[in-house]
Design a protein around this ligand. Sequence first.
Ligand SMILES: CC(=O)SCCNC(=O)CCNC(=O)[C@H](O)C(C)(C)COP(=O)(O)OP(=O)(O)OC[C@H]1O[C@@H](n2cnc3c(N)ncnc32)[C@H](O)[C@@H]1OP(=O)(O)O
Ligand SMILES: CC(C)C(=O)C(=O)O
Length: 616
Amino acid sequence: MTDTVFPTLSTPAGSIPARAPRWNRQRRSQMPSHRYLDAHTRVEIPLVERDWPTKRLSEAPLWVPVDLRDGNQALAEPMDPARKRRFFELMVAMGYKEIEVGYPSASRTDYDFVRLIADSDLAPEDVTIVVFTPARRDLIERTVASIDGIANPVVVHMYTATAPTWRETVLGRGRADLKELILAGGRDVLDLAGGLPNVRFEFSPEVFNLTEPDYALEVCDAMTELWDARPERPVILNLPATVEIATPNVYADQIEYMHKHLARRDGVILSVHPHNDRGTGIACAELAVLAGAQRVEGCIFGNGERTGNVDIATLALNLHAQGIDPMIDFSDIDEIRRTVEHCNRAEVHSRHPYVGDLVHTAFSGTHQDAIKKGFAEHRARAARLGLPEQETEWRVPYLPIDPADIGRSYDAVIRVNSQSGKGGIAYLLQTEYGIELPRRVQIDLARHVQTHTDAHGREVTAAELWEIFQHAYLAPDAEAEVRLTDYEAAGAAAGAGERSGTRIALNVRGEEHVTTHEDVGPVDALARALVEHGIGIEILGLHQTGIASGSGSRALALVEYRRTDDGGIAWAAGLADSAITASLDAVIGAANRVGAAHRIGLGNRITERTAPISCA
Ligand SMILES: CC(=O)SCCNC(=O)CCNC(=O)[C@H](O)C(C)(C)COP(=O)(O)OP(=O)(O)OC[C@H]1O[C@@H](n2cnc3c(N)ncnc32)[C@H](O)[C@@H]1OP(=O)(O)O
Ligand SMILES: CC(C)C(=O)C(=O)O
């Protein structure tokens, strides 16, 4: 077989094969992709130089939640008055200063909610109320009637679709005709609300992202002319990606084009309103801000038509995660989520950025290991610098922000299943029970846990881990063949100048034996006594830790021992009120395991199971 030679294409980055080599070539699918035009064919952007790619985000834009309008119109069951009110109160409490409260000409509920704001002190005086209307006089009239008497700043937001398909198919108008319809709507707004000093205006060329840029510009400039946009009374031009159809760089180009070419720019607040059809609404909003947008409309956690409005919670927390104050309070994100879920009657996904139930949880071993080390490093660095942990620079791997910033505890950060490793297991036992396990026990325990998770296939809680630990290392008393019935440490009973050893009283298979061992402490004395009774174990190491229980703490001791018959190495544990008793219990536990293994001929299997593994 000879190698196929492929023609090459010259690119700025060098040469690449024009076709993939045979082993990498894929078959054409049966998908009718040819039916769809690419974004650049659908809308041409006359932008030759772009500044947005080199810009950086440096402050929060003006946020405008549209949950009560755009989010609401996407719900199978729109919000009732109580839900609307609760959602509104939440947004106020979070610090939003401009809130779109409804589409007053659409429904009684929407209208009445605006009236409630007019007739009560529900809206603090620094909160701007936005009401939404199409460019139809009858509907504008109803909208303006709804805001009668509101003392707060108000924005009357008028929209009409401007993209070719909408012009031709939905509204049945050419470019000039449609512009005239929009201007007529604009005049109606001016006529009915222009005299109200607290009212400003907003215009959205719906489906801006599919509108020819020169036409969008022409219509927007005509509107700011009509509404006399000035810095003292700016007009909001809101440029929606009503149906997201392109990569975010295209939207950024469109926004930068408008930003650079709009008339009366200093009298315009440039706003964006991305949807999320391609799943890139967040990127669209972020790049649009780089491209000159000053204001972002969206929904908290991204409810909205089809795949939703851009999620302004994620946008805000993305800023937070890069050191920029989002100007909105997310310090109790779970309470925010509960309210949003209640009002929308829709659940937030467990993987939703920042707020999902699982987004701060690692199941996989290497992630858990890194997080555990990261937490330890964080705490140590905070202590070294003399800073509170919550003020210390965050560098914990795999956790983009400190869960505590948004009111999350660390409880769920590490959860154990079959994908987990020693680090996560040790972390859970440490955080839940205060048990500090030495590295080699972590490795050994992880194998017991792995056997369990492989057999059961589900997550293991900290309580279950503790059970697995007890089963693996703590000897059940009932089966004990060897018991320590008494001991007396060296010197405890001796008079001045006398030498005396440590006295060990053992009950071995029902018989009492007392031995004395010179120059050693109780643990070694016990090991020697066991050898004298034919139970050969060599204590390699002793580790003492604590275990916190509801009523206080107990001592937990772990001995690493070698069986003198076959050299197998294993661990046993003891749990008692004092460290010395726990240590002696651990040695007795080891002895009973050795004895039991002898009796039922499992010596080799136990050795194999508990021998240290090479990465120890
Ligand atoms: C992208 C967005 O989110 S846009 C907002 C969408 N939200 C909603 O539609 C929710 C609320 N809407 C409603 O309750 C109703 O549609 C209403 C009250 C606004 C209007 O109801 P209806 O008068 O029964 O009209 P309907 O909705 O069937 O059709 C809309 C009509 O308005 C026209 N129209 C649609 N949008 C606009 C607009 N922005 N400006 C002017 N006219 C418009 C349409 O061409 C159509 O006219 P036609 O009847 O001459 O063909
Ligand atoms: C009209 C605008 C604001 C809108 O809701 C959209 O385009 O989705």
